[in-house]
Ligand binder design. Sequence first.
Ligand SMILES: Nc1ncnc2c1ncn2[C@@H]1O[C@H](COP(=O)(O)OP(=O)(O)OP(=O)(O)O)[C@@H](O)[C@H]1O
Length: 588
Amino acid sequence: MREVREAFARFWPLTRGDRGRLVLIIGSVIGAALAETASILFFAELTDHALTAGSLSAFWTPAGAWLAVAVLGAAVGYLGNSLAIRTAERFVLRLRAGVFRHVQDLPPHFFQRYRRGDLVERLTGDVEAIEQLVVSGAVGAVSAAFSALFYSAAALWLRWDLALVTFLLAPLFLVAARRFAGRVQKAARDERTADGAITSVVEESLGNIVLTQAYNRRGAEEKRLDREARAWLRASVRGARASELYEQFVEVVETLCVLTVIGLGAWEIAQGRMSLGQLLAFAAFLGYLYPPIRDLGQLGLTLTAATAGARRLQEILDTEPAVIDPATPADEWPVQGRISFHHTSFRYPGAAHDSLHDVTFTARPGEFVLIAGASGAGKSTLTKLLTRFYDPSAGAIRLDGVPLTDVTLAFLRENVALLPQETLVLHGTIRENIACGRPGATHEEIERAARDADAHAFIRRLPDGYETPITPGTAVLSGGQLQRVAIARAMLRAAPVLVLDEPTAGLDALAARRVVQPLRRLVSGRTTVLITHDLTLAPDADRILVVDGGRLVEQGTHEELLARGGTYAALARPLPTETTLPLLRSSP
Ligand SMILES: Nc1ncnc2c1ncn2[C@@H]1O[C@H](COP(=O)(O)OP(=O)(O)OP(=O)(O)O)[C@@H](O)[C@H]1O
């Protein structure tokens, strides 16, 4: 119960803006309970005066009043329920938007820790579970509590002694609910986790369909899904069994209560202290009293199950973004593009070693700096710091002399454009994919960017041209063409600083060569930091920085570094040439 309270307190603030509606809903729920209670009393009056006495004239007044109360109760019930549904959906909307906003600010390592399918499940299933806890659950609890209260008062009014006997048995329901709560919660938690795992397996499998088909991994993937699905089945059956056991147990307790009342009633009738009509009314009334008490118990189970979802969501909400906007950001200025790293070191959260050690360098406005180094040297880490996905653990990075931590993320990312390693595609048309570089760009500007990126010609040849829809994992364009669309997007952004992370990775030699020209155009006149294994562009670079083991070990131009014969020269060592090739050829 403490967990339910904590989860409730955590998410209750999200009902702000709907509190007036909640009061209305609770009012109508109470109104509906009152109407039900009144109808029981009219039933008692009918049995006593019209049925037992066999008088039709005594029928009309209570019957009319009962009908009026029933219509009123129905109207109030309808109003309350419709409002409750709307309020519940608004809550879900707000919670999901809030969690989504939070997730979007989280650092890259967060997305490496959680599987995507699991996150999807948390944003859908778990969000709905919390709604049950905070809105539907609260409304249900108030409704059941008031119904039980009114019916109890009516029972006492009808026959206080019989009512007391039934009350004595009522706590049995709650004891049963408490006994089953632990089991239901554990099953619900396992079920939610398994749900996430199933979504992950399906997503990963379909996302990797080529690997699955090419390497005949269908059987293995099916087994993976089967394993997760079985875990889900076990948890779901365990949860359903616990709930069902509770239901059946409650049925037995209810029968016990009804039999006790009938037995006592038979005794009272035999003593001449009670009429059959009174006994019937009381027994009918029990049919009303027990459901809300049973609901309260059931609700306890539902809420306990919902806390499993709440905990999973809290885990995400408690993850802090790695970077936030400064409390008082520096005034914005027209950026020249001077980038400087001052004794910058960095260690990934949770990592045992620094990935960068004491890196210091400056890139002048318009300078083209190429960063080379072996795999794992720390090149991508440099770009993550420069685009402020993380802040350095020591030292500082400055843009035109202003520490990156002093400007807003929006301003920084407007002025420092990133062309990441993987070609990022948005769900939309080619035009939208280019235009997202600068929302509001005209068609002429988009086309000019596409021309500069050598993309215009192939886009024009597509039947729908710029309006061709593409999606992540699209097959409409080749890897090289997608990269040129991404270059057009970066061209359009026209940021003074450009960070390119392996722009030719994953492209074959021919496709890579086709993006080199547009890349040259893209970098000209902008401060550019280019990370690459492919040294085709190295002679164009004003300066090359060589990173090794997280340290800056060499810097200079292509020629200077080759002449030095150090790490860079080893990296740039040419592949087998004409003189060595014959050795590799088989003899005729
Ligand atoms: N999220 C992370 N958590 C912990 N360590 C990380 C993380 N990302 C990278 N590293 C580590 O930081 C070091 C530098 O990685 P980085 O990705 O910057 O190398 P790189 O030079 O770009 O390599 P590549 O050329 O293969 O992309 C590596 O030792 C890597 O294992």
